[in-house]
Design a protein around this ligand. Structure first.
Ligand SMILES: [Zn+2]
Length: 88
């Protein structure tokens, strides 16, 4: 019963989004250029793809993003550790 109500609510939200447009907020920063967005109305998720365009966050993209995120985190932590060297 509870599930049915929730499903109905989300379909109403989706109708609202179809009419007024989604209200995306950034839900995760994967890398400097790749971010994930969630619609605060219907919870639809988008991500930036390799071309810098927004696309549906499919399970494939979720996997890609988690790999990219790990690489990015390693790179960021290395940059923080690295000290500038002035060798003239
Ligand atoms: Zn929406």
């Amino acid at each position: 019963m509870k599930t049915t109500t929730q499903n109905q609510a989300s379909s109403v939200n989706r109708m609202y989004c179809n009419f007024f447009g989604h209200q995306y907020t950034m839900s995760k920063k994967v890398t400097e250029h790749i971010k994930e967005y969630t619609c605060k109305c219907c919870k639809k998720q988008l991500t930036t793809n390799a071309n810098g365009k927004l696309t549906d966050l499919t399970p494939t993209y979720q996997e890609i993003n988690s790999v990219l995120e790990r690489i990015y985190q390693v790179r960021v932590s290395r940059l923080k550790q690295a000290r500038p060297q002035f060798s003239y």
